[in-house]
Design a protein around this ligand. Structure first.
Ligand SMILES: *Cc1c(COP(=O)(O)O)cnc(C)c1O
Length: 412
């Protein structure tokens, strides 16, 4: 028997082994909705934080419906994401808009579609949102007043202890100094009542995450005070980690909640928000792909798969491979393989990972933690391969949501 790793749910293993792909389907994603549902229920058993789902992690309809059912609200960063969430029947007052590239036109459209909560990331965004709201109220006779959070990007002075390592500048939000230049009366159409900060990723240590959050409270509270805004809401983004590399590190959810209760009290806010991406959905997803070739090259075992970064880009841009397993049982010992995709670029590598020695052409591999940053965070068009299929696994059944599509479906 192959030993089942943590990420591989034995309830789905036999269904994946028995799945017979239609002729035009090479690779597929499968999301286990029953497991997702019980995971989300666990996350909701607390009254410390309000949970939003960062839609970019996985915008599939069935995933959004499951989050909706579990009482999550939604964080969208584009019109495409907004329309996809609305199409699932979610009401617009449960949607939050973040993102560095909001035009006035987009802000006006979001307001028209009923969105009332915005994280603003620049002075222009603040001005445009104020104007768009005033114009909307004038034209429609309504009196909406959007809830606005200012997104802050902190940097640490040279020599100061920086919990993040270096100060790397991003387009997300603005410095404290920039936000201190505003005066609230300039934006009478808006209810500016919160701050947003999120500049860390894939945190796996409760201690590290708590000390990071704790260091942010003072500068944020001071900023709010200095511009005379009530600090009712603090949004700490996402970044709760997944142990992609099997380092044996994992966040303890109860500890996370206890820590957040402390942060909430220290900041003195009425509401503390998180927008979870990977921590909500990564572990419910699997990606299955066949091996098309195996060879030894300069003493290194290499596997070539039917698809690689055209379906799963993340390993190439983060150097964090998704964990892998042979789909069938094997009693053989494991050895390390370089796992490549079909694209004619050396970037197309899904990792160097252990697999049973007898893995061969025609075998299928299953990758774990693919419920987040999989299908839509990829480069599907390069070299004209097919698009992956997407299935959900619900109450013991594999249900297709998106069939595989040949290049002819998207080439012009
Ligand atoms: C991507 C994103 C998240 C989710 O990040 P995870 O690391 O997947 O939890 C949350 N908030 C914002 C604003 C984001 O851009």
């Amino acid at each position: 028997m192959t030993i089942t790793p943590d990420w591989y749910d034995s309830n789905i293993a036999s269904a994946l082994e028995q799945h017979s792909s239609p002729d035009d389907e090479q690779a597929l994603f499968v999301y286990q909705l029953d497991a997702l549902k019980s995971h989300l229920e666990k996350l909701q058993q607390q009254d410390v934080i309000k949970l939003w789902f960062a839609v970019k992690a996985n915008p599939l309809s069935k995933i959004l419906q499951t989050l909706d059912g579990a009482g999550f609200n939604f964080d969208v960063a584009s019109s495409g994401e907004l329309n996809q969430v609305l199409a699932q029947g979610v009401s617009a007052n449960r949607i939050l808009n973040t993102g560095p590239a909001k035009t006035k036109k987009q802000l006006a459209a979001f307001i028209k579609q009923g969105v009332e909560t915005f994280v603003v990331e620049s002075l222009n965004q603040l001005t445009w949102l104020n104007e768009a709201t005033a114009e909307h109220n004038l034209n429609t006779g309504s009196a909406i007043k959007p809830t606005v959070l200012l997104r802050v990007q902190l940097q640490w002075q040279e020599g100061e202890k920086n919990p993040l390592g270096g100060n790397s500048l991003t387009p997300f939000g603005l410095s404290v100094v920039q936000w201190q230049s505003i005066s609230l009366e300039q934006y009478p159409a808006l209810d500016i009542c919160g701050l947003h900060i999120f500049q860390w990723g894939n945190m796996l240590s409760n201690e590290k995450m708590f000390s990071l959050w704790a260091q942010m409270v003072t500068p944020l509270v001071e900023l709010a005070k200095s511009i005379g805004m009530p600090l009712k809401v603090l949004d700490l983004g996402g970044g709760l980690g997944i142990d992609y590399l099997a380092e044996g590190q994992q966040l303890n959810w109860q500890q996370t909640i206890d820590d957040l209760a402390v942060i909430k009290a220290q900041a003195g806010v009425d509401e503390l928000w998180l927008e979870l991406g990977r921590y909500a959905v990564a572990e419910c997803g699997y990606y299955i792909v066949p091996v098309v070739d195996r060879k030894e090259n300069y003493q290194q075992e290499q596997l070539v798969l039917a698809a690689g970064i055209n379906h799963l880009l993340r390993p190439a841009i983060t150097e964090q491979p998704f964990p892998v397993q042979l789909l069938r049982d094997s009693k053989q010992q494991s050895k390390m393989f370089d796992i490549h995709g079909p694209l004619c670029t050396s970037m197309d590598k899904l990792g160097q990972l252990a697999l049973p020695k007898d893995v061969d052409v025609g075998d299928k591999l299953v990758f774990g933690y693919c419920g987040a940053y999989g299908f839509t965070e990829s480069m599907p068009f390069f070299l004209c391969h097919e698009l992956a299929a997407e299935y959900v696994f619900e109450q013991g059944e594999m249900i297709p949501v998106r069939t595989a599509k040949a290049a002819a479906s998207y080439l012009a």
